[in-house]
Design a protein around this ligand. Structure first.
Ligand code: FAD
Length: 430
């Protein structure tokens, strides 16, 4: 069984646990009022379960993310659970109202808005309000939110959780699942916010290699001991400690490790895309950074039976740079054949091209092709077929901006590559 499935299976069982423990699995019979109240309880239990599981899944423990197919996939599951939980909360409120309406409008109003001394119900309303404030930017109701602001808003989600737990603990027939899930969610939040940053590795910036006008590669050495063990294609959270940085000091950002596993230094290629990445172009050698990780499960850990196609667009080349450097250190590729496509706008943007070409020249089963959009137009099926005449036999890994990823996936699917053989890593988490 793939490790990604282990996480998903465990999650499916955990989703059912509070529902089964509360004895709400069987419907109560044909009476419409009883039925609506039963549905209200089921949606309420499921909603809180999903929201607590979303919080639990924010743990970010290196290695555990692989049970779910890597951290970026774990974030998607976290996102889906949060969204589904929110929809269920709204259904829960609506079903409570509908149950009351089978008797009278007054009964429905009383159920939803009882006197103020019914603290549990009002805690439920407060939880819903906190959820709305938190989710509006998350689901981009008012456009793209700033990343830092969005992260700060996550603290409101913790308030929503506590209020929802107060609501459930006061009303539930069986309380232990809520104590259990509540404790796990709290532990996950404490780990993320307090423990994990304190346990981050301390590294020193040994060198800042300028590869282009908006791209540097940092070389990092541990302050004590050896660099963290990692695999090609994994990423870390890096928090610079240099107070002279124009932006981003003390702020964590995810970056892929472009060094070969086992190398003396960790290497990270940083493209200036916003405030923090632009400031990092001028980080001082000798200054400290904190590193958490490694995370992710992007590139295959085992030799592949099929020919492999790697496509990196722009800064999305970094996972493959790490993998090619690893091959060069071993003197061979673990896979029978690897075709690497480096997609850029112009040759001048292909900052890793010279090194990749030199390494590929010494690796018989690795070949490199550079696609220059300005010279050849948008990457299309004909160009790809020229590089890989037997395209449909390949297992494909893509790393690049979301529109590029979508475009390439469409081409690959149309060319007969099954969906299950296309793997992507996204460089955005929102
Ligand atoms: C798994 C992964 C691997 C990555 N690897 C690399 C790499 O090897 N090299 C590289 O140059 N870039 C990499 N990135 C992208 C890099 O993290 C963002 O460019 C950087 O965080 C942008 O920060 P900023 O303040 O400069 O830009 P902003 O303008 O603040 O942000 C630009 C976009 O980056 C994303 N972003 C911003 N801050 C964060 C954050 N703290 N955490 C997550 N996403 C954020 C948001 O989607 C935002 O819309 C990677 C991202 C991910 C998710």
């Amino acid at each position: 069984m793939r490790s990604a499935r282990v996480g998903e299976l465990t999650l499916a069982l955990l989703i059912l646990l509070p529902l089964a423990a509360s004895g709400h699995l069987a419907p109560p019979g044909a009476d419409p009022t009883a039925m609506l109240y039963w549905l209200a309880r089921v949606t309420g239990v499921l909603a809180l379960t999903l929201i607590l599981l979303a919080a639990i899944l924010s743990f970010r423990i290196p290695g555990l993310d692989r049970w779910f197919g890597g951290l970026t996939r774990l974030w998607s599951i976290h996102h889906v659970l949060g969204w589904a939980g929110f929809v269920l909360v709204l259904s829960h409120v609506w079903l409570v109202a509908a149950g009351g309406l089978t008797t009278s409008v007054a009964a429905a109003t009383h159920r939803l808005f009882p006197p103020l001394d019914h603290g549990a119900i009002w805690a439920g309303w407060a939880a819903l309000l906190a959820l709305l404030v938190f989710l509006a930017p998350t689901f981009k109701f008012f456009g793209e939110p700033g990343y830092a602001r969005w992260k700060r808003l996550h603290l409101i989600s913790a308030a929503a959780l506590v209020l929802a737990l107060v609501h459930a603990l006061a009303l539930a027939a069986v309380a232990w699942p809520w104590w259990l899930f509540g404790a796990l969610a709290l532990a996950a939040i404490l780990w993320r916010k307090l423990l994990s940053p304190r346990m981050a590795g301390r590294y020193r910036v040994e060198a800042v290699d300028s590869l282009g006008p908006d791209l540097v590669e940092l070389q990092l050495a541990p302050v004590t001991g050896t660099p963290m063990a990692h695999q090609a294609g994994q990423f870390v959270y890096l928090t610079p400690q240099d107070p002279t940085l124009a932006s981003g000091c003390g702020e964590e950002h995810p970056y892929t490790l472009s060094s070969a596993p086992g190398a003396r230094h960790l290497r990270i290629g940083v493209k200036a895309l916003g405030d923090a990445t632009r400031a990092l172009q001028r980080v001082r050698p000798g200054s400290e950074v904190r590193i958490e990780g490694p995370y992710g499960d992007f590139l295959p850990r085992h030799p592949q039976p099929r020919p492999v196609l790697w496509v990196g667009a722009g800064i999305g080349i970094t996972p493959f740079v790490g993998a090619v450097r690893a091959m060069a250190e071993r003197g061979e590729s673990p896979h029978p054949s690897v075709r690497l496509v480096y997609a850029v706008n112009t040759r001048g943007d292909a900052h890793f091209a010279d090194e990749l070409e030199a390494l590929a020249a010494n690796l018989p089963n690795l070949s490199l092709a550079i696609h220059e959009r300005n010279a050849s137009g948008l990457l299309d099926a004909a160009w790809l077929r020229d590089q890989c005449p037997d395209l449909e036999r390949h297992e494909v890994w893509i790393c690049g901006p979301a529109p590029f990823d979508r475009h390439l996936r469409m081409i690959l699917r149309a060319q007969g590559v099954p969906r299950r053989r296309i793997h992507s890593e996204a460089f955005h988490l929102l």
